[in-house]
Unconditional design. Structure first.
Length: 129
């Protein structure tokens, strides 16, 4: 039997009925301030998600600073990483976090072999020819 998700003692169904400003009262101080300042842009984004739900086009966004609210749960959103759009499935555990937290902008450095002139020995080999 799976444990039911709760956020501050409320189930996801109860949270989805709340207004964005009412949900802000349940979050921590920094998220609450961000939600209250961005209420209009968050509601516009949720409205966009609802409109795109029936279409085959994915929901793409550059808005990495938007706080995740309960009405966004279970949506597939493509978030821009600076180079490409990365698909993210919004789950209840993401509530109160920002969209950008789940899409890193910097990739891990993959070092290859050193090029000519990168080391003293490779430089010596290049001048002998």
């Amino acid at each position: 039997m799976a444990k039911e998700f709760t956020y501050r003692g409320k189930t996801i169904e109860e949270l989805k009925t709340l207004d964005t400003r009412e949900f802000a009262k349940l979050t921590k101080a920094r998220q609450r301030r961000a939600i209250l300042r961005q209420t209009q842009s968050i509601e516009n984004f949720v409205k966009k998600c609802v409109e795109f739900q029936g279409r085959k086009k994915p929901i793409k966004t550059h808005l990495r600073d938007i706080i995740i609210v309960p009405k966004m749960v279970e949506y597939n959103i493509f978030i821009h990483s600076g180079k490409q759009f990365v698909p993210i499935m919004i789950i209840p555990e993401m509530l109160g976090h920002r969209l950008g937290e789940f899409v890193p902008t910097r990739s891990k450095v993959k070092h290859g072999a050193a090029g000519i002139g990168a080391t003293k020995s490779s430089l010596a080999k290049a001048t002998k020819k």
